[in-house]
Design a protein around this ligand. Structure first.
Ligand code: SF4
Length: 236
């Protein structure tokens, strides 16, 4: 289930007043829904998505602005019950920017302890240290076309492991060239999986694929599978 923009969470259980929940075991949730993972390495697997409220960035192409403010407070236990109801193996914690809520780290650990294959989607502007080592980190590098390139936290690069993924959303040719130079400068190909995605509505997927092939670039091209399947339809 996914809420339409400007409404609030679809959790089956009623939200709680924030102060009625344990301070270190609560999160503000925008939505929890079940869909096909459309990006990154587990692309194609049925996945439960837990979207946290809030993001300190304002990328020009953002398609989840409804997550900036809308959401309700839930205890970890309630969220875990909701996740369990879907019976999925994969859980993706996303946003907004999930790390903007400090309790996110403890919640990731609880998901791992419960036996899920857990991934975290983060914008790369906040510190990714001290994330449970069982979590796969999918981190953005914001390109100039996003309007938020100044927010990239370069210290995070040295914390990425081979199972983690680094995603560039590329809006145009200038973004592509900037991204190639960034990958080179930071020697990223051998440190993690590098993903290049076309910016939705700003760059044809085929054009990006052709640039990658022409340059013999060893990055992974990806399109947003869920948008291919369902477009902007709510619920996915
Ligand atoms: S980091 Fe993600 S959620 Fe935040 S503004 Fe950028 S695209 Fe939107």
């Amino acid at each position: 289930m996914r809420v339409a923009p400007n409404s609030i969470t679809t959790m089956k259980q009623a939200p709680s007043k924030r102060d009625a929940l344990p301070a270190n075991e609560r999160l503000r949730i925008n939505e929890v829904f079940y869909s096909i993972q459309g990006e990154s390495r587990p692309s194609g697997f049925p996945t439960v998505f837990v979207r946290l409220t809030g993001c300190p960035l304002r990328c020009v192409y953002c398609d989840t602005e409804y997550a900036f403010y809308n959401g309700e407070w839930y205890s970890f236990d309630t969220i875990l019950d909701e996740v369990a109801d879907y019976g999925a193996r994969y859980v993706c914690v996303t946003g907004g920017e999930p790390l903007a809520q400090p309790n996110c780290r403890a919640f990731l650990k609880r998901l791992c302890d419960a036996g899920y294959q857990v991934s975290l989607e983060t914008a790369g502007a906040l510190d990714i240290a001290d994330i449970d080592s069982r979590v796969t980190v999918v981190m953005d590098i914001k390109t100039p076309g996003s309007g938020e390139a100044a927010r990239n936290r370069l210290e995070n690069l040295s914390l990425l492991r081979s199972e983690d993924q680094l995603k560039f959303v590329i809006c145009d040719r200038a973004d592509y060239e900037w991204s190639c130079a960034f990958v080179d400068e930071h020697d990223l190909i051998d440190s993690c999986c590098v993903l290049f995605s076309p910016g939705q509505g700003t760059l044809e997927a085929r054009e990006l694929a052709e640039w990658i092939l022409a340059d013999r670039l060893p990055v992974r091209f990806q399109v947003q599978l869920h948008k291919y399947l369902w477009g902007e339809e709510p619920g996915h």
